[in-house]
Design a protein around this ligand. Sequence first.
Ligand SMILES: [Zn+2]
Ligand SMILES: [Zn+2]
Ligand SMILES: [Zn+2]
Length: 100
Amino acid sequence: MTLIRGIDCDAAGRCRHYHQDNDIAALRCAQCGDFFACYQCHDALCDHLFVPSPKASRAVLCGNCGVELTFAEYTQGSCPQCQHAFNPNCRVHYNRYFQA
Ligand SMILES: [Zn+2]
Ligand SMILES: [Zn+2]
Ligand SMILES: [Zn+2]
């Protein structure tokens, strides 16, 4: 299973900032290539700010089952492999995580 980096991060990718049951999507930074629980964790742990990934790339990791998803798959609202719900409030941060 791919490691998710974050502050106070559990195995499913919940972190200090986002830790509800459905906060399980991890996002890949295009610069360092690692998956992070959220951009705030990334920016605290890395020496550069989070760089958005292309929407067509597998830039999202389901913390529940470990499958890697594209933006289109992720925005269906739940994981296509394990059916775990994703937090719909993440949409306000799409511009931080994905290229336009
Ligand atoms: Zn990075
Ligand atoms: Zn975080
Ligand atoms: Zn899943």
